[in-house]
Design a protein around this ligand. Sequence first.
Ligand code: NDP
Length: 402
Amino acid sequence: MSRVLIIGAGGVGRVVTHKCAQVTEVFSEIWLASRTLSKCDQIASEIDSTTIQTAQVDADNVPELVELIKRVEPQLVINVALPYQDLTIMDACLETGVHYLDTANYEPPDEAKFEYKWQWAYQQRFQAAGLTALLGSGFDPGVTNVFIAYALKHHFDRIHQVDILDCNAGDHGYPFATNFNPEINIREVTANGRFYENGQWVETRPMEISRVFDFPQIGPRKMFLLYHEEMESLTKHIPVERMRFWMTFGESYLKHLEVIQNLGLDSIQPIEIQGQQIVPLQFLKALLPDPATLGPRTKGKTNIGCIIKGEMAGQPVSRYIYNVCDHQACYRETRAQGVSYTTGVPAMIGAKMILQGKWRKPGVWNMEQYDPDPFMADLNRYGLPWQDQEFDIDIDTLPVDE
Ligand code: NDP
């Protein structure tokens, strides 16, 4: 029986809160805190539970966080605010002696890096404090890391190649909207692509490499090679020859993105307008639909998984492990669309792993560093069932265009 403090009342925070409230045998008391108290109260009011308490907090402010954590006395903080708050929340957890979990690596506000170095630097402090910090417990990073660890444990002596495939075939009916925080989303897809090969990172231009892949339960979709943060930890912890990440984008999304870039609206450098400092990307975010409101409008499915090739007992092996999620089913259950759902469910499961002691050891850890089996079992149990099948397709031979 444990008390948990969730920070961040956005799309993912909503799902985490709903899912924790479904597992009362582990999360007996739930607190939800965010910058805007009314968002916490709204989520709490949706859930038929008297165990959710709410609070206001500025998670950029360590003393404020420390005061809240001391008042709530949780065993664990689930950080589903934004990546900018990772370090302040980790600092506050260290100061108060509380375990930590997040779903995205720390980002400095002024430069998009997608690197774990700042958080890995906390390793000794968490070790010395006897506390666990679990990094990246969403879907990607998160479940994809666990899929690969599971494949290595059960199907391979050695993994040669990994392709992580992320398809969101949801249609929200808007010409342009992002499925999660627009700042993070646009920073991610406008950055150069990068993949790992023979111990080196190979850089590509944004959207330079594409293939059309026939996603199970969705159909053919054009996907683009991107850099994605889980590859940094995965290539460090699991020896591979090549690792790539692919994400699908529709025509309308790409058209708008091109215009946004041409206009400089994706910039994170502040400009002065009538004496005020404005960050163009934050201005754009204010104009776009709030991802939290996309839920009721979004129809279709997501399919995220890993194609893994390697060998077992000298024989070649090729597997495809993936999950398919239906946006409308996610909405019916948690009032959030599939991207929030596929992130929030693994955050709840990661928290459950820590609180049950299955994934608890002092230090700062990525998902693939723990035993994948209990986490994989819980994915089936709590709404993200997966398929694990033989699958021998060479992505490089697929067509570039639809
Ligand atoms: P949202 O923008 O919908 O929600 C973020 C929430 O954090 C908002 O409610 C916001 O509060 C709150 N917040 C922001 N700054 C502060 C602050 N200084 N103090 C307190 N609260 C703050 O984002 P999502 O829910 O879509 O995403 C949450 C996290 O999940 C992000 O880090 C994102 O990168 C990550 N993510 C991970 C994925 C994965 O697969 N691993 C996939 C998708 C997302 P307010 O509304 O009051 O401003």
